[in-house]
Design a protein around this ligand. Structure first.
Ligand code: ZN
Length: 59
């Protein structure tokens, strides 16, 4: 998927995590098996835009 801002190919191997303090963090994904249960995160390496979406078919 291309970034809507700058057209760079976005990286999609990120996950959203809730920290202990309640802060939301975006991290590089390590455990592929968790992927289908979490919202998908796309990060643009060029401009930093973050997109979040859910795979409807796995909900
Ligand atoms: Zn971008």
């Amino acid at each position: 998927m291309k970034c809507p801002n700058c057209g760079t190919e976005m990286e999609n191997n990120y996950v959203l995590r809730l920290g202990l303090s309640g802060a939301i963090k975006i991290e590089k994904q390590r455990n592929i098996e968790l992927q289908s249960f979490l919202p998908k995160i796309l990060v643009c390496p060029n401009c930093g835009k973050v997109d979040i979406y859910v795979d409807i078919q796995s909900v």
